[in-house]
Ligand binder design. Sequence first.
Ligand code: MOS
Length: 722
Amino acid sequence: MTSRLDGPAKVTGQARYGVDHNLPGMVHGYVLLSTIAHGEIAAMDVAEAERAPGVLGVFTPFNPLELRTPSSPLFGETWVPLQDKEVAYYGQPIGFVVAETYEQARDAAMLVEVSYHQRPALTSLEDGLDSAEDAPADRGGSPPSLTVLADGVESIEDALASSPVVFEATYSTATQNHAAMEPHSAVAVWDSGGLTVYSGNQGAHLQAAELAGAFDVDPSSVHAVNPYVGGAFGGKARTSAPAFLAAAAAKALDRPVKAALSREQVFTATATRPATVQKIALGARTDGTLVALRHDSWCSTPMDRSFVEPTSHGTSREWYATENLAISQKMVPLNIPPTTFMRAPGEAPGSFALESAIDELAVELGMDPIELRMRNNSTAPPGKDLQWSSKHLDECFRLGAERFGWASRSPRGRTDGDWLVGLGTATAMFPALRFPATVEVTLRADDTAVVATSGSDPGTGLLTVLSLVGGESLDIAPERVAPRLGDSALPPGGLSGGSTATASVGSAIMIAATEVIDELVALASSPGAPFEGMEVTYEDGRVLAGDRSMTFGELLRAVDRSSLAATGSSAPGEELTKHSFSSFGAQFCEVRVHRWTREARVSRMLGVFDAGRIINEKAARSQLMGGMIWGVSAALHEGLEIEENGRLANGDFAGYLVPVNADISDVDVHFVQYPDTLHNSVGAKGVGEIGTVGMAAAVANAIHNATGVRVRHIPIVLEDLL
Ligand code: MOS
């Protein structure tokens, strides 16, 4: 168990985030947002703002900063502000005021008079369902619709109609904001070497590539630095509006520019998780065997249709064994802030619907919900031939049931004084993925090593993983390995997203370490070296030959070298043709609903996870705990209310509820550890996102167990339980 290496700096205020950088001559920008949801900006009167104290520039679509639409290497095109007069949502960046101080910029921004040609706006998912469009293929390339039918079955409707037991229901989930602790912000400066941007991001080289695209310059002349990131969760995978604007204004004004969104601005000027509506139909035999599963989903998407929450795709890819499966995924373009990846995109809201429905079917069949799940345990994703590389979900449920006291659960809950107490459970799954990553491993003459890659640690523990896997791969103590991250000048290091970083970067570390050890051994036996012409081996940080050995530092000093470095790259490959890969888990929770006030409180939670090898149990537990707490948050707290005019009614921390300590009592996380070396050489399957999957359903299922009330939307609020 290793404490996170960046922990002390982060909790004592020593850590310097992007916005903490202050440069000589630096000025401040304030982002101006639209106050209509749809239309065209007719005019912007900036005269008074330009005359305000300290103001250096007022940039608008009428006096734009020059930015091109860049393409992220992983995510496609990223929108850049001020390039046209169209307004597609309330709270869209439409101006940037730069002044000597932050206060001057903010005050001047208030003086800009904006007039619009307003057009009718569509802002409600329910109202927009009629104008739904087929979604494009999801991130794994799955088509928007997929139907798999047993021989002789004509349609999913037929399969459902001939099922002895049929259960159908519609579920919905709310729009959410990532609400990371560090608001989106940047400090940008141009010099003879090009552009440097200090800004929290999920991969420094990805940010550098986007900025290079936006300014049409060579990526090598952009330096993106993000040594510390205060939370991301998918919301910092792309470069943010303040980063583009700060960089463009710094160029236009020839001064370093700092720009930070206020907390309220984060809610509209970044991106959100889409709202969803999901219809599920389950057909089963009386013994619980699923024979048909239909999952139709609709999600909100911004007018540029740039992101779809792939709720149905999760069902097709991962969930239950069934002979007949039909999924569809539709999107509803609305005048709402951008939508994007948020922790467990697809699976988080998708599992609320599917895992609630499975619980409802269990109630209808009079079966234990764990037994129903295990009866339909899949050995491969439905409709695919490739078996799971490893799946220990049954063990997760068995162990979890034992540790949580599931056997004491009554189908009608129990009472404890004025509290109605219920237990709920759900399955969690998240695909095990990897991205290409390159790592440099350097051995130094002082017997330490450096493991460096450009990726980012947004609070996941990746920095510490670099030391741990580096130490293991070099056969030295991790304390001797200095990790380096968060700088685009380092080798391209994957993405801290998609639960991929440990598997991606870890595999590359192992390759780079093997490479540098090979080079060290060759160096040791080279002409003039201490082991010239001898058969040299490496172990425990030492080169050995005959009956002599030296540490690698001693050898480097002996040959007058200060260091020896090698890079290693790893990318998903042949394994994808052999197996399917996923992390699995069993979620448990106990909910107490007050008999009279109807408040719901989660009193206990347990998650048991099969996520392959766990590199650092302490950090992995924290990741999963955070995910589970987010699941409770989704179930009982979080939801953005979009007014008819597109304004967010609760786009701030006064109105957008997130759990506090008093909302979360007992959280337990347990691992069944089966290293999955069929997926990657490190054996890790990923823990970043699965923690939140299933938990909202487990809460809703526990509420039903406690009260007999079934709520098919989240967040579940007091009024739902009256
Ligand atoms: Mo994420 S939604 O793992 O960037």
